[in-house]
Design a protein around this ligand. Sequence first.
Ligand SMILES: NC(=O)c1ccc[n+]([C@@H]2O[C@H](COP(=O)([O-])OP(=O)(O)OC[C@H]3O[C@@H](n4cnc5c(N)ncnc54)[C@H](OP(=O)(O)O)[C@@H]3O)[C@@H](O)[C@H]2O)c1
Length: 260
Amino acid sequence: MNLDGSGVLLTGATGGIGQALTDALVAAGARVHAVGRDATRLGVLVARHGAAVVPIAADLSDEGGRARVVEAAARLRPSVLVLAHAQGAFGLFEEQTAERVRALLETNLVASALLVHALLPQLRTQPQAAVVAIGSTFGSLAYPGFAAYSASKFGLRGLIEGLAREHADAGLRFQYLSPRATRTAFNTPAVTALNRALKVAEDEPAAVAAQIVAAIRSGRQRLQLGWPEKLFAWLNGAWPGLIDRNLKSRLPLVRQYARS
Ligand SMILES: NC(=O)c1ccc[n+]([C@@H]2O[C@H](COP(=O)([O-])OP(=O)(O)OC[C@H]3O[C@@H](n4cnc5c(N)ncnc54)[C@H](OP(=O)(O)O)[C@@H]3O)[C@@H](O)[C@H]2O)c1
């Protein structure tokens, strides 16, 4: 995919990875149609990049918000859709409210699926087009303390893999690209403390964005960032019992930080 001169509709543009992606996409010559709920944070991106960023303020968990994004896309005609919005919810599943679980699944999975569904007809008219979902290691390896989030990312991976196979003989690409833990406000202090206790490495958003942009350019369908995360994600598919045993030994720490 040649990004120079292309339009990229980027959800989660105001987030830690989203801002770094905006910078990297603009540097690659793309025009970024930046989606977020917070108009002030969108304004910061416009101030940084001028006309290369078109702000679209919308709550994606809301039907009206998604309709605003679809209307904007009909006008701006992007050839790439990057889904980089998400909500996290670290904690023991039974201690989370039903509303929290619903909001997370609606934002991360249902809104993503409906947005792709609404934008497909427009994207299919482009000579070269791609739908890029920002996944997570937890979309291949479900983690205790992140059950609802893992469910949303497993679902997103299933959606993108299914669509890639449904469009295997067409020009439209579907990519599922997974960062490992990344230093953004997405991770609460409890998550950061847990990562430290478990010696989980955290990447810088700019490094993650550079690898995502390289993957969009090359068109690779799947990417898991980080080692040993690549190995663990593979092992979870091939030999899940081994990961079960490893994570059981980490459970006391997960419980401690989830309740902290
Ligand atoms: N950080 C990590 O450790 C990590 C690791 C693996 C994967 N990821 C994935 O990477 C992506 C980006 O994460 P991040 O670290 O950049 O997160 P972040 O800093 O928390 O940003 C989240 C973004 O999602 C947007 N968002 C949340 N709910 C929304 C809604 N209802 N409607 C519209 N936008 C909404 C936020 O926009 P506003 O708040 O401005 O509305 C913000 O732009 C996510 O898909 C995440 O799952 C992150």
